[in-house]
Write a protein that binds this ligand. Structure first.
Ligand code: G1P
Ligand code: ZN
Length: 545
């Protein structure tokens, strides 16, 4: 029976860059989930209502995923949807959800994940809405959802029993059909169309070795199916391949701290040809060659320079987009290719308009996100497949590809220093102190370096003319070196300060330096300008990438 249940607004419902993220304990208590889901339905309901429309639902398998999906299904039925497509076992990686939405011409999807944040009863949970293009809702939509959460008085649900999510098949809930689908099939079919699977099979048959760390998160089933079963990589290629509700107690963030085991393997004499990892919901990627970590900003540039080697991009790319804090390495490739390179704020949603308008083919962020116009999310497995395709055609190692790239385009030394769980007031004060200096810095010199831009980054979307302000404080020097300060929008406890530092090196004799040493002067300067150690009370960053 369809019911209208009373509820009331709850504080803290403003969706951030990737939807609503909270501790599980907060999500599970009270009406966070029903309030958010009803607010989404109310905010996006078209003129003709939701009747007959298709909704895609799935998540990264973390704790609370299954309960949340049952709630979403009941509410979708009560709100009049015609059809729900849900991944078997409640599983859909974020890029696979984007693929399924597009493939089945769905109205949109609800993706349940807190990305790379830890899971389990004490971990994080999250939910976001993606529209018919398969991408995260634009800011005007998330603002409308938020507005609904402030005035909500009731939500619609049903008292129907739980759906069996373990079995592929179709069930009816109050006149709505629920299709439990294979979470991998549509995505695999798309990957087959993009890449030369025959060449990749030959690559593995020739003895090429891959270590893929799924971090006990959502990419396990995709990686087993694609790398091992389709492409013939040896059993054991996929590590930590079973999704677990608490990610095995680990932090499913493929960086050099949390994917340490993979990093150590890649630096050891036993290293396979390629090491890769993905995060909780499968949209991030980590790429490590034998003995060489490829910084995500470099990976974007190298993939852009070589994308034409894969069938999907054989005609060339039309443009690149990168988030502002991402290094300028991709800009150099774009320039050489004679295509534009757009600089957007942090967050994948800013790429959506450019992709939909056909202005760019590849996009990427320094935070281990790379993707293309094949879906509207960044895509971890896709990035690994594109690297494999490039290596298969060039018959070179990752290190050879990287060094040849730097020799041709120069090297953008790049690092990000994160200070996690910093006192929020101290972090705000730090940002204000830097912001206050910006007007005097523009045109001045710092340590003998002329400053050409000192501002709070603001973005004018070239497609819909919307403006996004306060996207990071940047100090750009005449030689292209940069220091950028930003507060994270995805952390769930305290504040996370991110400091991004970059320097261009054109001299090939200096392309083999240690990154932290190559950037030491600028790192010290970044601390001096912002008083990081003194204001945060931290001597060293929590994570260095
Ligand atoms: C972080 C990354 C950003 C990415 C987002 C979602 O956001 O920096 O590039 O789009 O996660 O994966 P932040 O915590 O910096 O706001
Ligand atoms: Zn993610």
């Amino acid at each position: 029976m369809i019911q209208t249940l009373p509820t009331a607004p709850i504080a803290g419902m403003k969706p951030g860059t990737s939807g609503l993220r909270k501790k599980v304990t907060e999500f599970a208590a009270g009406n966070y989930l029903p309030n958010f889901v009803q607010s989404v339905f109310d905010a996006v309901r078209p003129q003709g209502g939701l009747g007959g429309l298709t909704l895609v639902v799935g998540g990264d398998g973390r704790y609370y995923n299954l309960q949340a999906i049952q709630t979403v299904i009941r509410m979708a039925a009560a709100n009049g949807f015609g059809r729900v497509l849900v991944g078997q076992g409640g599983i859909l990686s974020t890029p696979a959800a984007s693929c399924v939405i597009r493939q089945h011409h769905a109205f949109g999807g609800l993706i349940l994940s807190a990305s790379h944040n830890p899971g389990g009863p004490d971990g994080d949970f999250g939910i976001k809405f993606n529209g018919a293009n398969g991408g995260p809702a634009a800011e005007k939509v998330t603002d409308a959802i938020y507005a609904c959460t402030l005035k909500i008085t009731a939500y619609r649900s049903t008292d129907t029993p739980d759906i069996d999510l373990g079995r592929i098949g179709t069930t009816q809930v109050e006149g709505m059909s629920v299709h439990v689908i294979d979470p991998v099939a549509d995505y695999l079919a798309l990957m087959r169309r993009l890449f030369d699977f025959d060449a990749l099979q030959r690559l593995f048959a020739s003895g090429f070795t891959l270590a893929f760390d799924a971090m006990h998160a959502v990419t396990g089933p995709y990686a087993h199916a694609i790398f091992e079963r389709e492409l013939g990589a040896a059993p054991g290629t996929v590590r930590h391949g079973t999704p677990l509700p608490d990610f095995g107690g680990h932090h499913p963030d493929p960086n050099l701290v949390h994917a340490r085991e993979l990093y150590d393997l890649m630096m050891s004499p036993q290293a396979p040809d390629l090491g890769a990892a993905s995060d909780g919901d499968g949209d991030r990627n980590l790429i490590i060659g034998r003995g060489l970590f490829v910084a995500p900003s470099d990976s974007l540039a190298m993939l852009a320079a070589n994308a034409h080697l894969a069938p999907a991009y054989a005609k060339g790319i039309v443009g690149i987009a990168r988030s502002m804090p991402t290094s300028g390495a991709a800009d150099r490739v774009a320039q050489a290719l004679g295509v534009p390179c757009y600089e957007t704020p942090t967050g994948w949603k800013f790429f959506g308009n450019l992709l939909d308008a056909g202005k760019v083919t590849l996009c990427g962020e320094e935070s281990a996100g790379t993707g293309s116009d094949h879906v509207r999310e960044k895509d971890g497995i896709w990035a690994v497949l594109l690297w494999l395709n490039v290596l298969a055609v060039r018959r070179q190692s990752v290190a050879q590809v990287a060094h040849e790239h730097w020799a041709r385009y120069g090297r953008n030394y790049y690092t990000r220093h994160d200070y996690e769980d910093v006192d929020s007031a101290a972090a705000q004060a730090l940002m204000q102190a830097v912001a206050a200096q910006l007007p005097t810095l523009a045109g001045a010199t710092l340590d003998g370096r002329p400053v050409v831009i000192a501002d709070d980054f603001s973005y004018l979307d070239p497609i819909d003319a919307s403006v996004s302000k306060h996207q990071g404080l940047r100090i750009v020097f005449a030689d292209g070196s940069r220091i950028v300060y930003r507060l994270s929008g995805t952390g769930t406890s305290g504040a996370t300060l991110r400091v991004y530092i970059e320097r261009f090196e054109g001299d090939a004799a200096r392309h083999g330096l240690d990154t932290q040493e190559a950037l030491a002067d600028l790192i010290a300067l970044a601390d001096r300008v912002a008083g990081i150690r003194q204001r945060t009370g931290r001597e060293v960053p929590s994570v260095i990438t």
